[in-house]
Design a protein. Structure first.
Lengths: 261, 320
């Protein structure tokens, strides 16, 4: 049983985020981290692996990002994942859905896992569609928006939340599943886990290693463009304050001032 | 431009957001056609004419009875290869987002998602997409044909224009892998619980509450304010509160006069369900929570301290 978790390197939530007006891409020069929504996918992979028995599962982190993403991805190794495959290639920067799914699918085909897991969304781009593109390229069944996942007899069963409530969907392995961030409470890496993470295999691949031509990646391989940036329509002033013990009074004042009571 | 709009149905009705996108497409000029994929849905197709579709392509197949994305990608691929469209438009839902992204991969066609507007400039489609917690708007374009566009839920309101649509059925081969996932149990609309859609005041609780027992704090404040209680997807998925009270992309869309968010980080999935609220007050201990970007009043602090105190103050004020 091999489980691959697709994970993204995203800017730290605490970092001021900006879009570079030149490239019109998110400025990724600051500190980065493992996408918090992907941590739930890592946890789910570890749980499924553990449930499969002592030599039950291998959990591989598959990512597309800059080389320094490895540092952030090691958090998954510290949690218990077995190794990292990072596709790091200048030519892949700025890939949109079409290009990203092509590269990830190539990396996943090389691994040929029984199950591919995704997190709920990307923290930096609010994207929540990549899994379906990857599933199509891999020609594997897909279950998305999964709030509960079980694995039995080479088959996954997912409880999918939709606009109407919960569906239950079965898919035979190999399959692709995208999990909700409420599916589990991710474990914290243990000290031993953190110490051991550095020694686990961490492979960096180029597009050439995957046989993906450079013109099918990055901006050249993308089919969408960002033409212009502008300010959003004004929503009025937002006030943010730290509670100094009088927050409840201040909220009440605010509600009275706005005639909301 | 020739538009194809993906029409979604649920329990015998066309889904409102997809009609909103259809209506929007009709306002952009050009040819507007719809596609409806499902089982026993042929009768619904003509309905789309009222919202601007000139023609609706229908694939009525028992294999499309369950709302699963992959066979729909096969059907759309066939239709697009036969007919040729400049753009395919989707209203975001759990189903249509997966269909749109699968189709993008299948055709190597560009997909812009989370769009809040569509315009035609110099004969080309341009999408408007908010980014970074809606603090920046991007004009996005396509270098592929067709252009695939996924519109944020609740963006366009449909209105009847009174036209009629020609209905044309078509056939498609469905691939084996597309039919591998199967629906074991299907969700149905939950009618239990109070309606939050009509409430003037909503107090909503999220994971920051720490546990289901702390929903009492939210309920007390809602009672004091004379409002209804709502919940985020995370706590509904975790079983802390019923699905009927969920606000967000997969849940209800609400626009009360006052929305108090308690222990809610405010990720995009929640935001799209409540951004139309008149006044948003947020209480959260994490100063970096996205909700502070769009709350009219944001308070960084311990909800366990602040909420009971606020409830008391509101009660006292109301009694006075």
């Amino acid at each position: 049983m091999k489980i691959a978790v697709c994970a993204k390197y995203v800017p730290e939530a605490t970092a001021a985020r900006r879009i570079d007006p030149q490239t019109k891409r998110l400025d990724r020069s600051g500190e980065g981290t493992l996408n918090p929504f992907d941590v739930n996918a890592v946890e789910e992979a570890l749980k499924l692996g553990e449930a499969a028995g002592p030599d039950g599962g291998e959990v591989v982190i598959v990512s597309l990002g800059p080389e320094r993403a490895l540092d952030a991805m090691r958090r998954a190794l510290a949690m218990g994942a077995d190794r990292i495959v990072l596709v790091a290639d200048e030519a892949a920067a700025g890939s949109d859905l079409v290009a990203t799914s092509r590269i990830l699918a190539a990396a996943l085909e090389r691994e040929s896992p029984d199950l591919v897991l995704f997190g709920q969304q990307a923290d930096d781009a609010d994207g929540a569609v990549l899994w379906a593109a990857v599933a199509d390229r891999l020609q594997r069944p897909l279950i998305s928006q999964v709030a509960e996942l079980t694995l039995e007899d080479r088959k996954v069963r997912g409880k999918r939340q939709t606009e109407y409530g919960y569906d239950v969907i079965d898919a035979p392995l190999p399959a692709v599943v995208a999990v909700s961030d409420a599916i589990n409470e991710p474990r914290y890496p243990s000290l031993k886990g953190i110490m051991g993470a550095k020694k686990k295999p961490q492979e960096t691949l180029s597009l050439a290693d995957l046989g993906v031509p450079a013109e099918e990646a990055g901006a050249a391989g993308s089919r969408t463009t960002v033409e212009a940036l502008s300010d959003p329509p004004a929503r009025g002033d937002t006030v943010k304050l730290e509670d100094d013990g009088s927050a409840a009074e201040k909220i009440l004042e605010f509600l009275q001032e706005k005639k909301a009571l | 431009l020739r538009f194809l709009v993906f029409l979604e149905d649920h329990e015998g009705r066309l889904q409102k957001d997809s009609l909103g996108v259809l209506f929007k497409a009709a306002s952009l000029g050009g040819e507007v056609e719809g596609v409806l994929l499902g089982s026993e849905i042929e009768g619904l197709a003509a309905e789309a004419g009222k919202f601007g579709a000139q023609r609706v392509y229908v694939l009525d197949d028992v294999l499309l009875g369950a709302p699963l994305p992959q066979p729909r990608v096969d059907a759309l691929e066939n239709l697009l290869r036969d007919r040729g469209f400049d753009a395919v438009l989707f209203a975001a839902s759990v189903l249509s987002a997966d269909v749109a992204a699968g189709l993008a991969a299948r055709l190597d066609a560009g997909l812009n998602y989370d769009l809040t507007d569509l315009v035609v400039e110099d004969g080309k489609l341009v999408g408007k997409r908010p980014a970074l917690g809606d603090s920046v708007y991007a004009d996005v374009g396509w270098t592929s044909e067709p252009c695939l566009a996924l519109v944020r839920a609740g963006t366009f309101e449909p209105a009847e224009s009174g036209g009629s649509a020609e209905v044309e059925t078509f056939e498609s081969r469905l691939q084996d892998f597309s039919l591998a996932a199967t629906m074991v149990e299907r969700a149905h609309e939950e009618s239990e619980g109070p309606s939050i859609e009509d409430a003037d005041v909503i107090v909503a609780g999220g994971r920051g509450l720490g546990g289901p027992e702390n929903f009492a704090l939210v309920e007390e404040l809602a009672k004091a304010l004379g409002g209804a209680v709502a919940a985020t997807r995370a706590v509904v998925d975790a079983g802390w509160y019923p699905y009927a009270a969920q606000v967000g992309q997969t849940g209800k869309t609400v626009s009360p006069k006052l929305y108090v968010a308690v222990g809610i980080s405010g990720a995009i999935q929640h935001k799209v369900g409540m951004q139309g609220s008149g006044l948003i007050v947020a209480i959260n201990k994490d100063p970096n929570a996205p909700i502070f970007e769009y709350a009219d009043l944001g308070v960084v602090g311990d909800l366990h301290e602040i909420v009971p105190k606020l409830t008391e103050l509101v009660r006292a004020r109301r009694a006075a």
